[in-house]
Design a protein around this ligand. Sequence first.
Ligand SMILES: NC(=O)c1ccc[n+]([C@@H]2O[C@H](COP(=O)([O-])OP(=O)(O)OC[C@H]3O[C@@H](n4cnc5c(N)ncnc54)[C@H](OP(=O)(O)O)[C@@H]3O)[C@@H](O)[C@H]2O)c1
Length: 246
Amino acid sequence: MELKQYVVAGISSDIGRIIAQELSSDPLVQIVGTMRRAHSDDTDVFGNNVEIVDRCDLTTELGCSRLASLVDDRFDRPFGYIHSIGEFWEHVPFLSVSPQQARTMLESHVATLQSALYALIPLMRARGGASCIAFSCNSVRYNYPWMASFTTSKAAIESLIRSLANEFAGDGLRFNSLTLASVKTDKVHASKPHGDFEHYIEPKELVPIVRFLMSEEAHLINGNAISLFEHSPRYYREGYFERISK
Ligand SMILES: NC(=O)c1ccc[n+]([C@@H]2O[C@H](COP(=O)([O-])OP(=O)(O)OC[C@H]3O[C@@H](n4cnc5c(N)ncnc54)[C@H](OP(=O)(O)O)[C@@H]3O)[C@@H](O)[C@H]2O)c1
């Protein structure tokens, strides 16, 4: 049995949008999504089982409390939480990223997750359970150059997810991160024109994995960083800087 009520934080992201569209194709599913920007005709691509909290910056208390109050009003059972948020990363040497830019990166990835979960965990407990997913990156394992502040943010996410999994397992709350290789989104396409697109992950391929983690069958899967990648023959033959060059 799959969960039927979901929060998709960052429903305006390339990955979050596809996941929300696919999950909401089941009319029994109810989704509350967040976006930082204003909801407009461009972003109005969802059915009426998706409600959006727009202009919602999850680094702020106001953003998190608006999200929590809609969830409290709409959800009446264990629910899923999908965190698809964080500033996009272009490969940049460490000395070209100011400490302020690095702080903004950390806040957009980590503080948003921490603050949203701070607001929602009491509701998850009250509804009797939850399954939460955040997205990390395989750069945490491979320590790629020119990705330091993004990778640091993702390492913090993996660590937060593992800690919460241990702290709240007794309440029926599960937390896992999906550690992604490059996903075939428009922004990734523009930022890595020499990337091996044929072997990048399609956003839609993430959907069955998310569905599984949201199901009762996955009740033993808790506190993991689950690595997802498609084998790329070019990846193993070309140098790192050739692959990311413009
Ligand atoms: N694409 C990849 O290849 C890849 C690889 C590894 C990991 N990931 C991770 O997967 C997730 C989704 O990736 P994506 O490529 O789909 O992302 P994306 O299209 O770049 O979208 C990023 C999202 O973050 C939101 N956001 C940023 N700061 C925010 C804040 N302070 N409060 C609320 N929302 C905020 C943006 O909201 P607005 O648009 O409304 O401003 C947008 O929805 C991210 O965590 C990303 O790091 C992606």
